[in-house]
Write a protein that binds this ligand. Structure first.
Ligand code: IMP
Length: 429
């Protein structure tokens, strides 16, 4: 299944969990390289192959197609231990990995102390973010603070130990301040993580030149985003965001290619909206409906198991996502979850706390938590769609719903997913 162009970004357009893993897995069939450009083990990309389910946290979703090269770009924060756990478990399940995975020499290492700091900061915080506890914020803080440890630092034992010793001192002080203190197991965890350094170095590459050369040689590349637009550090619902740029422009900086080589940006949107962690969800369902859709869509976090909050499709957000990511097309996922609903709503605008109505996604997160969505109502289709493989076979009301999503989001729908299996996807147009 081919998107237009040789270098395609796949990006989430809501608060993550849009089904990017499935879309990347399907599109990877026609790609040669799949590269992750940001985030770390906070992601949980679920992919179904036949009756098998795989949850990928750091390794790109293209790994389940034989022979595809999978890269982790410089923009990721790489948790070495978790990475090799994932690597070994894929190998144990029969996935051939030899020569297929490359890790940027410039990627930051996410070390055990980052996880301790993340968890301690969350427990001590008055305004909690609801992080995944995977150490993401502290690892990116170290990167921006120019005190991080990169994959390339593993090549020089003296430099590595100097940086780690300085980090440990800083971390212990900070943990004391946060009242966490429990660092007894830190040395052991650090030894274990760094003990994997040689194994990691064997996978080291320069992702920018590798991707650029592949494109010049006529090969096809997918750049896989994690989390979603509304969790972007700059453009999301700050401070309830992750600590990286999740949006499409980061695909260039996060892998080391020039932005002009990107041909297309596919935005993944769920046919409704979900959010996990703290922060506003303007189109949130009322309690009964929230539970009903959570059960229908199995809306529980793939990384933390937390229940996701669910709500109506929010076109104010997806229109913003189309603009900020420069979307060239949309993949709408989980349409089948809505099959039994009598009525559907789409938010087309927000009524702001001062009474004004806006079609723009506000920068002010406090205002966002107080907006009242302006809804449009559409009739449900009350027919199963999971067996449908052609657009024209979808019930009429489902097509009307998709047309309205396309119109309001301002990007053409190119794929519709109606189930977890690879075959359950409808190419459009
Ligand atoms: P962090 O990325 O663990 O620091 O978490 C920051 C926020 O992003 C929290 O609200 C998390 O729930 C959310 N988040 C991080 N990764 C994902 C994801 O893969 N899917 C959905 N939400 C996520």
């Amino acid at each position: 299944m081919r998107p237009k162009g040789s270098c395609v970004v796949v990006v989430g357009c809501q608060w993550g969990d849009e089904g990017k893993g499935k879309v990347v897995d399907v599109l990877a069939e026609d790609a040669d390289i799949v590269a992750r450009y940001q985030g770390g083990a906070n992601a949980g990309h679920t992919v179904h192959v036949g009756d098998d389910e795989f949850i990928l946290h750091q390794i790109p979703s293209g790994i389940l197609h034989d022979g595809k090269r999978c890269l982790l770009g410089n923009g990721v924060v790489l948790d070495i231990e978790q990475f090799f756990e994932e690597y070994d478990s894929l190998a144990a399940r029969g996935v051939a990995l030899e020569g297929r995975i490359g890790v940027s020499r410039r990627a930051q290492l996410l070390l055990p102390y980052h996880k301790l700091l993340d968890q301690a900061a969350e427990s001590a915080a008055i305004e909690k973010i609801g992080t995944t506890g995977r150490g993401i914020g502290p690892a990116y803080e170290d990167k921006a603070g120019r005190r991080g440890v990169r994959v390339v630092d593993l090549t020089d034992a003296d430099r590595l130990h100097a940086r780690i010793a300085a980090a440990k001192e800083r971390v212990c002080r900070r943990l004391d301040e946060l009242g966490a203190g429990a660092t007894r197991t830190l040395d052991e965890a650090m030894d274990k993580a760094l003990g994997l350094g040689t194994r990691l170095l064997a996978l080291a590459t320069d992702t920018g030149p590798e991707i650029t050369e592949a494109l010049a040689g006529g090969r096809r590349v997918l750049l896989e985003g994690a989390q979603g637009t509304a969790l972007d550090l700059d453009h999301g619902t700050y401070p309830f965001v992750t600590s990286s740029n999740t949006t499409a422009a980061a695909a260039a900086t996060g892998t080391g290619i020039g932005p002009t080589v990107i041909d297309a940006v596919v935005g993944v949107v769920k046919a409704y909206t979900t959010r996990v962690g703290e922060g506003p969800l303007p189109t949130a369902f009322e309690a009964g409906m929230d539970e009903r859709v959570r059960e229908l869509g199995s809306e529980f976090g793939a990384t933390t198991g937390r229940p996701r909050r669910c709500g109506w499709f929010d076109s104010v957000l997806t229109r913003f996502a189309a603009q900020v990511n420069g979307l060239t097309g949309l993949a709408v996922t989980k349409l089948d979850v809505l099959d039994t609903l009598e009525e559907l709503r789409i938010a087309t605008a927000y009524r702001m706390p001062d009474g004004s109505v806006t079609e723009r996604f506000p920068a002010d997160t406090l205002s966002l938590s107080r907006v009242e969505p302006v809804y449009e109502s559409l009739p449900g289709w009350r027919t199963g769609t999971s067996q449908v493989r052609r657009l024209e076979d979808l019930p009429r009301n489902a097509r009307v719903y998709l047309d309205r999503i396309e119109e309001l989001t301002t990007a053409p729908v190119e794929w519709v997913s109606v189930g977890t299996k690879r075959s359950q996807i409808i190419p459009v147009g």
